[in-house]
Ligand binder design. Structure first.
Ligand code: NAD
Length: 485
């Protein structure tokens, strides 16, 4: 399916590609073909120390933190242009790494460039002249300034390996921080394109560093005394562990974690429209999107109709070669994830849910690759494991509710609180319900993140917000300078 080959010994440290010290490597496997097509070094502690030292030197030594946000915005806009120009190369790598359908990965460069430009446009927010007069003495005031935190560790998962770095990198850069990026082991190659773009854009050496590492050496990065802040997207289990580590060092950490969001279909919803939205809002990226609404809550009176709509949408979408533009579902991103998904399909049946479409076994005609059958479970109650645990694959459950209060109660009866959707003909009424749902974001009749508005999880879905000006605040600390006029 792919002719790419990328085998490398290099890490990106101090503005150049340098050999890793470790001599240990991680293979990169195409999940659609099960073929190894790449390899990267697994950085050891010496490599990580070198990357942190380069970022520390760039923070003060070369002045990234001192030149002001407006000057940084010029560099960031140049980076956006260089990055966007590499779109085709980038999407081919992502799809070969994790099986993301090419129509989705094809947006990665544009999306990343857009985020860089958006944060460049917020330079005034960072350097705002914020004077607070003393109420008691007009001859004195306090200048409140946003100072960059310093060297930041950015740790990303494999499902949107570029977007979930850009969402951290762009605000960190405009804030004046320098970074060491650690991608997931499954997707370690795509960000090499960003490093090439950074070189071409003339980003000062050491401002952006990339180390590919295994989970065994990440501690060296997180606990490094010169790392001032950690930003993590990934599973709740690992996030909890990082929070403990950071807590010991009183190190601020942003955590964007798992989800099990609900889609509440109200009595008055247009089911034809709902059906047309299912693959975008409930199963985006083969179900590997943190905010997917994977629990569908249907009014008892229309339960069978809703199950039919969901099953029809899932049955009607093409699964296969992720490089084909009409493919909706690719493979699971890794052998491990494939095993997790197929396990849950078995567990759902053992728990007594009925299979409306999909089920165990391989999809017809897809004998190679980590393809699990897209599956819809009916007759599910909210206590079943398939309703409570994040599956992160093409699996949906449909749960009946008695009335709207019951629907909100079921939606909120979850450890997670990340996304969610409400489908209704009455947008204002849906907004009233949206306010009662315990999650960081809720979409009415669609779900799409807005780069200008905060995104983050409640409960076990995380701590802190990304996107919007709030995204910058995570990379700055406030200082009050008391002075006279
Ligand atoms: P993961 O937690 O296994 O890995 C995430 C990152 O942490 C990777 O870089 C990985 O190498 C590293 N890591 C793994 N184990 C580690 C350990 N023991 N110590 C230190 N680092 C470790 O997550 P994943 O499987 O890559 O990603 C899927 C998860 O990410 C899902 O739970 C999904 O919901 C979540 N996610 C959340 C958001 C969000 O914005 N809330 C977005 C995307 C994905």
């Amino acid at each position: 399916m792919t002719a790419l080959e990328m085998y490398t010994d290099d890490l990106f440290i101090g503005g150049e590609w340098v050999k890793s010290n470790s001599g240990v490597y991680v293979d990169v496997t195409d999940p659609a073909t099960e073929q190894v097509w790449g390899r990267v070094p697994a950085a050891d502690e010496a490599d990580i120390n070198k990357a942190v030292a380069a970022a520390k030197n760039a923070f003060r030594g070369k002045g990234w933190s001192d030149i002001g946000a407006a000057a940084r915005a010029v560099f960031i806009n140049r980076l956006a242009d260089e990055f966007e120009a590499r779109s085709e190369q980038l999407s081919a790598i992502i799809t070969s790494e994790n099986g993301t359908p090419i129509t989705e990965s094809g947006q990665a460069a544009k999306h990343g460039a857009g985020l860089l430009r958006y944060y460049a446009s917020l330079a005034d927010f960072v350097d705002a002249d914020d004077r607070r007069p003393y109420p008691s003495n007009p001859q004195q005031y306090t200048q409140v300034v946003r100072m960059p935190r310093g060297v930041c560790a950015l740790i990303a998962p494999w499902n949107y390996p570029v977007a979930l770095v850009m969402i951290k990198l762009a605000p960190a850069l405009i804030a004046g921080c320098t970074v060491v990026i650690k991608p997931a082991s499954e997707t370690p190659l795509d960000l090499r394109v960003l490093m090439d773009a950074a070189q071409a854009a003339g980003i000062p050496a050491g401002v952006i560093n990339l180390v590919t590492a295994t989970r065994h050496t990440i501690g060296a990065l997180v606990e490094h005394p010169d790392v001032a802040k950690v930003a993590f997207t990934g599973s709740t289990e690992v996030g909890r562990m990082l929070a403990e580590q950071c807590g010991r060092f009183l190190k601020p950490v942003t955590l964007e974690l798992g989800g099990k969001s609900a889609s509440i279909v109200l009595e008055d919803a247009d089911l034809g429209y709902f059906e047309s939205m299912i693959n975008k809002t409930c199963l985006r990226n083969t179900g590997q999107t943190c905010y997917n609404s994977t629990r569908i809550l249907a009014p008892r009176s229309r339960y069978d109709e809703v199950v039919d709509a969901v099953a029809s949408a899932v049955r009607g979408a093409k699964q296969g070669n992720p490089f084909e533009t009409d493919t909706v579902y690719g493979p699971s991103a890794s052998k491990k994830q494939f095993a997790t998904v197929t396990d849950y399909i078995r567990i759902g049946q053992e728990e007594g849910a009925s299979v409306a479409t999909g089920g165990s076994g391989r999809p017809d005609g897809l004998d190679v690759g980590y393809f699990a059958k897209p599956t819809v479970f009916a007759n599910v109650n909210n206590q079943m494991r398939v309703a409570r645990e994040e599956i992160f694959g093409p699996v949906l459950v449909v749960i009946p509710y008695e009335n709207e209060d019951d629907a909100v109660a079921i939606a909120n009866d979850s450890d997670y609180g990340l996304g969610g959707t409400i489908y209704s003909a009455d947008v204002n009424h849906a907004e009233e319900l949206a306010r009662r749902v315990e999650s960081g974001s809720t979409g009415i009749n669609f779900f799409q993140n807005n780069q200008a508005a905060p995104f983050g999880g409640w409960k076990d879905s995380g701590i802190g917000m990304e996107y919007g000006p709030e995204g910058i605040s995570a990379y700055t600390r406030l200082k009050s300078i008391h002075r006279t006029v």
